[in-house]
Design a protein around this ligand. Structure first.
Ligand code: HEC
Ligand code: HEC
Length: 164
C-alpha cells in the first residue's frame, strides 16, 4: 500500500515537473524571441551613416571664425534663430553643436540643412529644442537645477533611444 502511494506520488510529480518545464521553457523562448526581434528592429532604426568627424570639425572651425571678437556677445545677436541659447554667450554654440553630434550619434545635417544653419526646415531641429526644454524642466523640478539628466541619459549616441 505504502509502496503504491510512493510510486503514484512519484509519477504525478514527474509528469508535473515535465509539463511545468515545457511551459516555462517555451515561454522563456518566446520572450527571448520577442526581445531579440525588437532589438533587431531597433538596430535597423538606428542605422545612421557614421559621424563624419572631418566634416563636423570643418563646420565648427568656420563657425568659430565667424564669431571671432564676438564670443561674449549674446548668442541671439551673433546668430539668427536662437531660442535655447538666448542670453548665453555666443562662444557656447560651437561646443554645444559639436557635442550634439556625439550625444545622438548623428551628423550636423540630421538637424540642419547643410550650410544653412539658421534654417528651421528640419523637424529634428525643432525636436531637439523641445528636448532641451524637457531636460531643463526635469533638472529644475527634480534635481535642484543640477545637470543631472542630459541627452545622453536616454540617447546614448543614438537618435532614437535604444529601448522604448
Ligand atoms: C540634434 C540636433 C542638432 C545637431 C546634430 C546640430 N545642431 Fe546646430 N542647432 C540645433 C538647434 C536646436 C539650434 C538652435 C539653438 C537655439 O535655439 O538656441 C541650432 C543652431 C545652430 C546654429 C546657429 C544658426 C543661426 O544663425 O541661427 C549653427 C551655426 C549650428 N547650429 C551649427 C551646427 C553644426 C556645425 C553642427 C554639427 C557640428 C550642428 N549645428 C549640429 C540643433 C542641432
Ligand atoms: C527622457 C529621455 C530623453 C532625453 C533626456 C532626451 N531625449 Fe530626445 N528623444 C527621446 C525619445 C523617447 C525620442 C523619440 C524617439 C523615437 O521616435 O524613436 C526622442 C527623440 C529625439 C529626437 C528626434 C529623433 C528623430 O529622428 O525623430 C531628437 C533630435 C532628440 N530626441 C534630441 C534630444 C536632445 C538634443 C536631447 C538633450 C537636450 C534629448 N533628446 C534628450 C528621449 C529623450
Amino acid at each position: 500500500m505504502l509502496k503504491k502511494t510512493v510510486c503514484c506520488a512519484f509519477v504525478v510529480f514527474s509528469v508535473g515537473w515535465f509539463a511545468a518545464n515545457r511551459i516555462f521553457n517555451t515561454s522563456a523562448r518566446t520572450d527571448n524571441n520577442v526581445l531579440t526581434s525588437s532589438l533587431a528592429q531597433a538596430d535597423k532604426q538606428q542605422a545612421q551613416p557614421p559621424v563624419n568627424a572631418a566634416e563636423r570639425d570643418e563646420a565648427i572651425a568656420v563657425i568659430k571664425k565667424r564669431i571671432v571678437g564676438r564670443e561674449d556677445e549674446p548668442a541671439e545677436k551673433v546668430f539668427k534663430n536662437i531660442e535655447i541659447l538666448k542670453g548665453k554667450k555666443a562662444s557656447r554654440l560651437p561646443g554645444m553643436m559639436s557635442a550634439l553630434t556625439g550625444l545622438l550619434g548623428v551628423n550636423c545635417t540630421y538637424c540642419h540643412v547643410k550650410g544653412q544653419w539658421d534654417s528651421e526646415e528640419k523637424p529634428t531641429k525643432q525636436t531637439a529644442r523641445k528636448m532641451f526644454l524637457m531636460i531643463g524642466g526635469i533638472n529644475k523640478d527634480y534635481f535642484e537645477g543640477k545637470n543631472a539628466v542630459s541627452c545622453w541619459t536616454c540617447h546614448r549616441g543614438n537618435p532614437h533611444p535604444p529601448i522604448q
